[in-house]
Design a protein around this ligand. Structure first.
Ligand code: BDR
Ligand code: CA
Length: 315
């Protein structure tokens, strides 16, 4: 079976880290690009190097944008901890970044690799900069999936999800320029929760990647319990990876999505046009996004857990 070729743009981050481990098994992960987001670029890049090392594969890491296009730098350390990977002790990183030019790497790979699936699970700064540099980027990709946004649902504000809220101008460019974005937003990621029994499976498996994932989940479960009062933790970014490699586990609907940049209460909201027909029965807008709404929760979770356990077996 040929594995899909993946490039992941991310800001690790607990769920980014779990996403990367799963992706290294489920795809041919040709590179990781980093962006400021959950925590500053030095940490997200260092964390990406540590996770790449834990995969046992030779995956290049390219450092990207250190700040959003226009918005001030904000972080999500209240969720991901002061270094972005909770309180987890990561092994000493032996490798270093392949370059400081994430945008150049994304564009090079899109030009030279057939059927590349780009998955962006942090603020969309690097992707927007890549689009500004080469507007033909969408034509050169086999697929484009983001974790971000939500239809009438937010997590940082009542209406805005973190990745879009952290760099709304970048997200606006992405939704304007891509003819079709697979949007793995909070509508679906809040339906896919990892629980203690999933953490236990990883812990019992005992390899490098599985133990790391179990440690990350310990922290994520505690935070989800305190912040959201749930007994499971959303693994947003890992859900996006599974949506890219196993779309049959998800369902969604096509809509026009734009990003609100000016609203007092709604800046960073993904405005999903759900009108049917419109006032006089005509088409109201042309879809630019497949907005995922639901998933087979247990199959998605099992896909992530199985992949990480398998990754250790193949190391
Ligand atoms: C998204 O924001 C980040 O905190 C997570 O890593 C995920 O990408 C969820 O809103
Ligand atoms: Ca992320």
């Amino acid at each position: 079976m040929t594995l899909p070729t993946l490039l992941i743009d991310c800001d690790p981050g607990l769920d980014d880290a779990i996403a990367l481990l799963a992706a290294a098994q489920l795809g041919n992960l040709i590179g990781i690009t980093t962006v400021n987001g959950n925590i500053g670029i030095e940490h997200t890049t260092h964390n990406a190097l540590a996770i790449a090392q834990a995969t046992g594969q030779d995956i290049p890491v390219h450092r990207g944008a250190a700040r959003p296009l226009i918005a001030p730098v904000m972080d999500a350390s209240y969720v991901h901890g002061p270094t972005g990977l909770g309180n987890v002790t990561i092994p000493e990183v032996t490798g270093s970044v392949a370059s400081d030019d994430a945008v150049g790497f994304i564009l090079d790979m899109a030009r030279t690799v057939d059927d590349l699936h780009l998955i962006a699970v942090g603020p969309l700064t690097n992707i927007a900069l890549a689009l500004r540099q080469d507007p033909t980027l969408p034509d050169r990709l086999g697929g484009f999936t983001i974790m971000g946004g939500g239809a009438h649902v937010g997590n940082v504000t009542a209406t805005a999800e973190f990745n879009v809220w952290a760099d709304p101008e970048a997200a606006a460019i992405v939704f304007e320029d891509f003819p079709m974005v697979t949007m793995v937003g909070l509508d679906v990621t809040h339906r896919v929760l990892m629980r203690t029994n999933d953490r236990n499976r990883l812990r019992d498996a005992g390899g490098t990647a599985a133990t790391l994932a179990a440690d990350l989940l310990d922290y994520a479960l505690e935070r989800a319990g305190s912040i959201r009062g749930t007994d499971g933790a959303p693994i947003h970014d890992a859900s996006a990876v599974i949506a890219a490699v196993a779309p049959e586990l998800f369902s969604g609907t096509h809509h026009r999505v734009v990003v609100e940049l000016a609203g007092t209460h709604t800046r960073g909201m993904t405005v999903v046009d759900e009108r049917i027909g419109g006032r006089d029965g005509h088409e109201t807008s042309t879809a630019n996004a497949l907005v995922l709404r639901d998933a087979n929760e247990q199959e998605v979770i099992d896909a992530v857990v199985d992949a990480i356990i398998e990754l250790d077996r193949n190391a």
